[in-house]
Design a protein around this ligand. Structure first.
Ligand code: PPS
Ligand code: ADP
Length: 284
């Protein structure tokens, strides 16, 4: 049985952006705009139409959950009664109120709709001339603030608060001599969302090219990722070949060239200036 995370909030509050950061390998993303362009082209924005739109979306979420898929739904879902209906229809649903002040949403105006609504060219626009019922405090809803917190912070909070388990996903194998910004950029690109990450450290012999012990590197990397529940760090033997079979359920991806240019050699030269040569720092 899968679970549904239902993001709701004003237009341009950040629902779609956060939903995209929450999807994992077995997650289906149901988005208001997408459904309205496909399945729900017959519906408008009066209250009854919105309720029907959400009834269909909730039905789909439940069907998908029953088949083992997680669902992330991103819809304005403006009325309390609509959120209640969704709770009744979807057995395992957690609500996230994606919050930003209306003036921030209006400033973002990703699709220029607030401007059109202000000019009266779009009627019944949520936040302008159609209501958005803010949830009662006691309601069982997680709130995230997108005007004052970054996407990365919001995603971390959602994953932590909803206790969503990360899916195992990427293994990064390397010497990490030392672990630097280039490594971080690559790993962060997947460590930000629900995917699990394993950082495997090759247990190299100390040399000029390998000045740090595996244990030292492990401590350093663990410190960097101390707040990430989905990152595991482990030491592996100094393997020199990775052998893979075809169609065994995983893919091998290359590092983007721009990031590959960040050089460990250059960084080691800087360390040498401080006499952090092979093991020299260990003898004290
Ligand atoms: N009148 C009016 N009011 C609100 N939104 C409007 C309207 N007309 C078009 N749009 C666009 O439709 C997107 C919201 O659709 P939803 O399915 O999420 O809305 S609802 O939950 O049924 O209320 C919404 O997308 P988001 O900005 O992603 O929320 C708008 O792009
Ligand atoms: N912390 C944040 N979380 C999500 N979006 C943010 C955040 N900060 C700024 N934004 C920006 O706000 C805009 C929200 O747009 P979108 O995700 O389409 O909202 P919605 O789906 O609610 O209409 C995007 O341009 C996004 O980059």
């Amino acid at each position: 049985m899968g679970e549904t995370t239902w993001l709701f909030g004003l237009p341009c509050s950040g629902k779609t952006t956060l939903a995209e950061g929450l999807v994992g390998p077995k997650t289906i993303h149901l988005d208001g705009d997408f459904l309205r362009d496909t399945l729900n082209t017959d519906l408008g924005f009066l209250k009854a139409d919105r309720t029907e739109n959400l009834r269909r979306a909730a039905g789909m979420a439940e069907v998908l959950n029953k088949q083992g898929f997680d669902v992330v739904a991103s819809f304005i879902t403006p009325y309390e009664s609509q959120r209640e209906m969704i709770r009744e229809k979807v057995s395992d649903v957690a609500f996230v109120h994606v919050k930003a002040p209306i003036d921030v949403c209006e400033e973002r105006d990703v699709k220029g709709m607030y401007e059109q609504a202000r000019k009266g060219k779009i009627k019944n626009f949520t936040g302008i001339d159609a209501p958005f019922e803010v949830p009662e405090q006691e309601e069982d809803v997680l709130e995230v603030q997108t005007a004052t917190h970054s996407k990365k912070e919001n995603l971390k909070e959602i994953n932590m608060e909803l206790n969503r388990k990360p899916e195992p996903s990427h293994v990064f194998l390397g010497r990490w001599q030392p672990f630097h910004d280039g490594h971080r950029t690559i790993i962060d690109s997947v460590a930000d969302n629900r995917k699990g990450v394993v950082i495997a450290i090759r247990d190299t012999e100390l040399s000029e090219k390998n000045p740090f012990t595996a244990q030292e590197r492990k401590e350093l990397i663990k410190n960097v990722y101390s707040s990430y529940q989905n990152v595991k760090v482990m030491i592996v033997p100094d393997i020199d070949t990775v052998a893979i079979g075809r169609r065994v359920g995983y893919s091998v991806v290359s590092v983007p060239e721009k990031i590959a240019e960040i050089s460990g050699t250059k960084i080691r030269q800087e360390y040498e200036e401080y006499e952090l040569l092979a093991g020299a720092h260990l003898s004290d």
